[in-house]
Design a protein around this ligand. Structure first.
Ligand SMILES: [Zn+2]
Length: 384
């Protein structure tokens, strides 16, 4: 209704007529205004009802533990032979053992990237045919509550589903704990895997920061083979190693800075930088000049040729400024605006998270006395 009113007033002011449902309306005439406001109110109400109906259906499905949405890898849909509608989901004979195997091996500490490579080598197809397995897709897969028979609604577990679980709830909880452990990042192995590599810079030489593993040691695993482990990983200067800081502490610090900022804003406009605000203003001013020219033309003070000339001059300028004003906020950042920032962040891929960091902050790792406890002030985070 808000948009309707704005559009109606604008059209009334400019003498633009409306044609819909076979009727021609003049938004400046009282009778036509009334018909259009009634139509708009009905449309709004109709759309509200649809939204509510869809939500109610999803909620009801969730409460009944009915499967909802796409059938995940590991299951297949059983359809009613008459209607073709999906009746239930059952474990897929080929895919379900893969899910169980991957979960077990991840819990045994096998790195995701190695598992992904092996599955690709074995020719195990993913649910999406186009790309093969990656560490990221496996990570997303093993964390899915569905496999433990848990039903989620809007990303939150709401109860037990009616389908057969592939793994136990305990296994699911172990996996989630394991995957959210920041140190676990050392087990991945596909770029980009780290939040700040190539983004953070060294406070000493201005060089880029890379990730390094420290405290190397070897250990025999269950099958007798020897494997190398690292105690922790750090971000350090690529150039000369002038600075070094524990990776998970820096990641947490930067993540908090970004999420706290995004949680506390309500609209994208608050993120616009001064340059963009300037461009918005320039575009508005030029539009105003063009409007004035149109008004002059309407009064007969300007010839059509002069107006066309003004338009030819002003429009490209306006478009240029509008483009600059618009580049504003990437969709990855927009997703995070508001109170759901944290849950959205959790669901994001590393590529998207890095995109968010890049567009919002600059991170500089400053020199600090060696071997002292982590000092949050030794990482400079500047909003950009
Ligand atoms: Zn350096």
């Amino acid at each position: 209704m808000g948009e309707y009113a704005e559009l109606r007033d604008l059209c009334a002011e400019r003498g633009v007529l409306w044609c819909f449902s076979g009727a021609l309306l003049d938004p400046s005439k009282p009778g036509d205004r009334l018909s259009s406001v009634v139509a708009a109110a009905f449309s709004e109400h109709e759309s509200d009802l649809i939204v509510e109906r869809v939500r109610r259906a999803q909620r009801a499905n969730a409460q009944e533990g009915k499967a909802h949405g796409k059938v995940p890898f590991g299951y297949r849909a059983v359809r009613d032979p008459d209607t073709g509608k999906i009746e239930k989901r059952v474990p897929d004979e080929k895919q379900a053992p893969i899910v169980r195997e991957v979960v077990r091996r991840v819990l045994d500490g096998e790195p995701l990237y190695a598992l992904a490579r092996e599955l690709n080598d074995r020719g195990v197809s993913t649910s999406k045919q186009s790309k093969g397995w990656t560490a990221a897709s496996l990570s997303a897969m093993v964390k899915r509550p569905t496999y433990a028979g848990l039903r989620t609604h809007l990303g939150v577990v709401v109860g037990t589903g009616k389908w057969e679980p592939l793994i136990s709830v305990e296994e699911h909880e172990q996996i989630v704990a394991l995957m959210s452990d920041p140190r676990r990042l050392t087990h991945h192995g596909v770029e980009p895997q780290y939040l700040l590599t190539g983004i953070a810079v060294c406070g000493e030489c201005g060089g880029r920061i890379r990730r390094r593993r420290n405290g190397r040691y070897s250990k025999r695993t269950g099958d007798g083979s020897e494997r190398t482990f690292y105690e922790y990983s750090s971000y350090s200067c690529f150039e000369g190693g002038c600075v070094s800081r524990r990776q998970h502490l820096v990641d947490a610090l930067v993540r908090e800075a970004v999420l706290q900022r995004l949680e506390n804003i309500v609209s994208v406009d608050e993120l616009a930088d001064p340059e963009q605000k300037e461009a918005q203003k320039a575009a508005r001013d030029l539009r105003k000049r063009l409007d004035d020219a149109v008004a002059e033309f309407a009064r007969g003070d300007l010839t059509a040729a002069r107006l066309a000339h003004a338009e030819k001059l002003l429009l490209p300028e306006i478009e240029k400024h509008e483009r600059r004003a618009q580049k504003i906020v990437p969709p990855e950042v927009q997703r995070l605006i508001g109170p759901n920032a944290r849950s959205q962040w959790q669901a994001m891929s590393m590529v998207d998270r890095r995109m968010v960091i890049r567009s919002l902050v600059s991170v500089t790792i400053l020199k600090d006395r060696p071997r002292r406890e982590f000092n949050p002030k030794s990482v400079a985070i500047k909003l950009i």
